[in-house]
Design a protein around this ligand. Structure first.
Ligand SMILES: O=C(O)COP(=O)(O)O
Ligand SMILES: [Mg+2]
Length: 226
């Protein structure tokens, strides 16, 4: 098993890692599709479309519902409706994954500086963290629109390295998607892949993270018992 003894700070993905947010993303997607009199999507379909931010989710949903490529104009017209509905649903049907709160709390107490690196728009990220009692644990919260590029680009992680003044072998990324693994690898950062989240239907081990965990509690075991 990989030794994480160098690690000084940790960056967490949000959707599919800390919070199972697909039920509310699906509710907002379907409220938007219904308003356009388009056929609705299943929760499984929405789960397979999450990972590259709200705009790409809606593009995939519209392409599927219309059975053709949505134009950029049509997508731009639709986005405010999706954003409105997602802001309304946000945490209504979402839930924390098991052992998240207790593990994050223990890591913070052990002295690790923590950050969120999500592709979710920033305006939803902080309210969602607050709704689940997580907001106070993180020194930095980066949404998909906080910087010029989102994951799988390494920019959010290299930004954190600069902010925290640490080297790449001192940061650990934890996520459920190939976008998390690719961003970490491009930044030369170790990465734990979780098996329970959303990864376009593909097992996370295919992306070859540094380590694979099935349960969030295992992260505590890896980092708190050195
Ligand atoms: O909103 C998304 O598409 C994915 O969000 P995540 O980066 O927190 O998994
Ligand atoms: Mg994720």
């Amino acid at each position: 098993m990989t030794n994480f003894k160098n690690i000084k700070a940790i960056a967490f993905d949000l959707d599919g890692t800390l919070i199972d947010s697909v039920p509310d993303l699906a509710a907002a997607t379907n409220a938007t599709l219904a308003e356009l009199s388009l056929p609705l999507a299943t929760e499984d379909q929405v789960r397979s479309w999450v990972g590259n931010g709200a705009k790409t989710l809606m593009r995939r949903a519209l392409n599927n519902a219309m059975n053709s490529e949505v134009s950029d104009e049509q997508l731009a017209e639709t986005m405010p409706r999706f954003m409105h509905y997602y802001g309304e649903f946000l945490e209504k049907h979402s839930r924390l994954y098991p052992n998240v709160l207790v593990t994050i709390s223990a890591l913070k107490q052990a002295g690790y500086p923590l950050a969120i690196v999500t592709n979710k728009p920033y305006e939803f990220t902080v309210p969602l963290l607050k709704a689940f009692g997580l907001a106070d644990f993180f020194d930095h919260v980066l949404g998909g629109d906080s910087l010029a590029k989102m994951k799988p680009d390494p920019l959010p992680l290299t930004h954190l390295l600069e902010q925290w003044k640490i080297s790449s072998d001192e940061l650990l990324m934890i996520g459920d998607s190939k976008n998390d693994i690719l961003a970490a690898k491009s930044a030369n950062v170790a990465v734990i892949g979780l098996t329970y989240g959303y990864n376009y239907g593909e097992h996370i081990s295919v992306s070859e993270p540094t380590a694979v965990c099935d349960d969030f509690a295992q992260i505590g075991q890896l980092l708190l018992t050195k």
